[in-house]
Design a protein around this ligand. Structure first.
Ligand code: KG4
Ligand code: ZN
Length: 366
């Protein structure tokens, strides 16, 4: 069964084609990152407009890369929430017109469930027989969510932990902004943290600031709960940046902006910030897995593209971990098509009354 999945919840216009929920036939994305970067975050009005522009060409490319025509598609799936209302509408309306004109089943998919199902795409290089059994302990960490979800079977999700303030991705994005790095912030922080290795030979610089920048940032353990809180470490990061002279960031072409001192401080602070988030996310995921007797772990969402997080989960977990490759962790259409296959199997299909639900969560995703 060939399902075409459409995803427009935020700033990617994405269309993927997946066979039987696992085999990736194509996965095409038109990213708006460059448009929003100038504003330091996603501007909803610009996102809605750009989705309308990018939808048709993205759809055509997804079909041609999969080597199929529309009449070979068996069902149309679309993200209907959570996300930006205006952005979601363009995907939902496109899916409805395809469903109506081609007389195809329409399947509305929860974006967060889609992130989990990225782990079922064969592109993660696992035969069905190697699937870890249920229950699975899932971490969905994106720009808007940091959720710990117990997946007891296909379609059976229990939200057991969530962030009480900022999402992990949002915290990465804000930290990057404080450090004068680009948008989206997660990959920039990762890159800056990895660049620390380049400074090994460099011994100059203001020692007091370097010592401060190398001091670990706090971790919000929130003992006794599986919930997260990232606003404290974000504030600690702002203070650290102020105390080391990094904030406010120097003008891009000023002499300080490319001094080895500043770059080294940015690298140190990025590494400490990343470590704080990764530590807490890894520990809470493993605690949850133990508490609920999970047989495996699943990672999903843009933040789980983070190399350090992936490495820590793999090294610390006694359980098998399903970690989609980075391009499948960030928003894409294939994950929506993959999730839709399992929904279709149990008759969970929508009709033309399908509406967007910007605040859809796991609690509603039965
Ligand atoms: O799932 P996603 O693509 O979109 C949403 O559903 O929000 O997640 C986007 C988030 C952004 O905040 C971005 O900074 C973060 O994922 N992200 C990362 C990395 N790649 C993307 N965070 C940390 N490390 C990364 N390598
Ligand atoms: Zn997402």
């Amino acid at each position: 069964m060939l399902i075409l999945g459409i995803e427009t919840s935020c700033d990617e216009t994405a269309v993927g084609i997946v066979e039987d929920g696992r085999t990736l036939r194509s996965n095409v994305m038109a990213s708006q990152a460059a448009i929003h970067a100038a504003h330091g975050g996603v501007v909803p009005e610009l996102a809605s407009r750009q989705h309308i522009r990018d939808m048709q060409p993205t759809l055509n490319r997804a079909l041609s890369e999969a080597g199929v025509t529309l009449d070979q598609i068996d069902a149309v799936a679309v993200t209907h929430g959570p996300g930006l209302a205006g952005a979601l509408i363009s995907g939902v309306n496109t899916a409805k017109s395809l469903s109506l004109t081609l007389d195809l089943p329409l399947i509305g998919v929860n974006h967060l469930v889609g992130h989990i199902y990225a782990g079922w795409l064969a592109a993660v290089d696992r035969a069905p027989s190697e699937d870890p059994g249920f229950p699975l302990a899932c971490l969905v960490a994106s720009g808007g969510h940091t959720d710990l979800v117990l997946m007891e079977g296909h379609g059976k999700y229990r939200l057991v932990g969530r962030t009480r303030d900022d999402a992990a991705g949002e915290a990465f994005d804000k930290a990057a902004r404080i450090l004068g790095l680009g948008f989206p912030g997660g990959p920039e922080i990762q890159k800056a943290a990895e660049s620390l290795a380049d400074f090994e030979e460099y011994r100059g610089g203001a020692d007091e600031a370097l010592t401060l920048a190398s001091t670990p940032l706090p971790r919000a353990w929130m003992r006794g709960t599986l919930d997260f809180s990232f606003s404290g470490v974000k504030t600690a990061m702002l203070h650290r940046a102020q105390d080391t002279g990094l904030y406010p960031p120097p003008e891009l072409d000023s002499p300080e902006s490319d001094s080895p001192d500043a770059a080294r401080l940015v690298a140190l602070l990025s590494a400490e910030f990343q470590e704080s988030l990764v530590d807490v996310m890894t520990a809470k995921l493993l605690t949850m897995a133990e508490q609920y007797g999970a047989r495996g772990l699943v990672l999903g969402g843009g933040v789980t593209a983070n190399a350090r997080l992936r490495q820590r989960v793999l090294s610390d977990s006694p359980l098998p971990a399903v970690i989609p490759r980075p391009a499948l962790c960030t928003d894409n259409g294939a994950m929506i098509a993959a999730a839709a296959f399992y929904q279709y199997q149990r008759g969970d299909v929508s009709d033309l009354t399908l509406d967007v639900d910007p605040s859809l969560g796991f609690d509603l995703a039965a």
